[in-house]
Design a protein around this ligand. Sequence first.
Ligand code: GCU
Ligand code: CA
Ligand code: CA
Length: 482
Amino acid sequence: MDEQFRGRARAAIVGTLLLLLSIYAPAASAQTFAKGADVSWITQMEASGYRWYNDNGTQQDVLQILKDHGMNAIRLRVWVNPSGGWNGVNDVVAKAIRARNAGLRIMIDFHYSDSWADPGKQTKPAAWASHNFTQLMNDVYSHTFNTMTTLATNGIFPEWVQVGNETNNGMLWEDGRASANMRNYAWLVNSGYDAVKAVSPNSKVIVHVSNGWDNALFRWNFDGLRANGARWDIIGMSLYPEPGNWQTLVGQTITNVNDMRSRYGKGVMIVEVGMSWDQATASKAFLTDIITRSRNAGALGVLYWEPQAYNWQGYSKGAWNTNGRPTIALDAFIEGVIPQPPGTIITLQENLTGFCGVDGTVDSNNPGYTGTGFANTNNATNAGVRWRVNASAAGNFTLQWRFANGTSGNRPGSLRVNGATISTVTLPATGAWTTWTNTGAVTAALRAGANDIALVATTSGGLANIDSMTVTGNGISATACN
Ligand code: GCU
Ligand code: CA
Ligand code: CA
């Protein structure tokens, strides 16, 4: 978390079976760049009455809103024995189950403290305070092992696990203070590493240091760990720039990403970013830049820290407006394009890469559609709905529409690709406005690059209601039009 908040917060406040289970754990999608958020506060916020709204002002599960903004991963911190229970193991498991059920990838972040651990504060859990160093290694092992086991018995094998949080100068002070005893720090890291792998061998272990631009700090920390035999898989970085310095700091962070990758031969991930919620334009530019450039530099992902926080505990670096809707900064994670592997089917809903224009409204007055709504065109000839589809090469593609027509007659459309009329699409009566069905498939030749696709009413009744369009073919993707 950022320095300012850290100060305020400081003031305020089964082995074998599991190995078998882990074989059946979903394969880590290591090839995909992770884009996500630490959302550890959500349960506590919900318990305080907080709710979240999408860009259109409709209340939704916050995880759905994040997914609709291009995110695919969630990070959750673990405290050992927190007062009130928030971020204790039960709370973490509840959130992890939610994330798993939402199809999100999961990162677990062990703080090895009862509260915030960060560069200025690595306080031992009260229960471990009088333990000697050997006991502390056992404490780290058993706390990590037990938490991982509880997750595993719920079918959760996190893709990533952080051993320590922002351990710029080690953890579990004084014993594990890196500047005083680098060996102790390294051995504590190994205690956590071994416990993670004992329960979930496929999980990647992250050691996390703040100030991603500070190459000297990273070299000192990881050189020390390496010299003392520490094991880790990924180097994690935080990055909280200001509107006036993000360009410089992103540049230095990319330099550091390159250096860390070549120096240690390990993966690198930007596990925390943030900027003031009321600097959304600068924040969006910063996020767009760090996502693009860190991916190009071979980093594994970018995660925003508690973007859903608004009017909450004095934290000002979320990405949410006070009306409960995301700021435009969050759009940086959409990146305009949803990349698709070859041979894919993409179904374009009204959100994200959805409708590029509706002559009428994006409506939800009838249930049964997918996504959050459908195109309800004006009842007029030439009223239509448009999409933008990219093809990596010119070729034939198959188009289909999901529609409902509660009248007794056809509400036909004309398919136009890049302005040319291709064919007529019948949209016959489906019996009710709540009965959705697919049109027949239509083949259309698309050109390489962006294609403008429109379905336009050919009769004065307008189109039937259109829920979505599906495109099938090799090398296609969609681009948002805003
Ligand atoms: C009804 C129905 C709409 C539909 C409209 C129409 O109002 O609720 O969803 O678009 O009829 O006739 O086009
Ligand atoms: Ca209509
Ligand atoms: Ca829809």
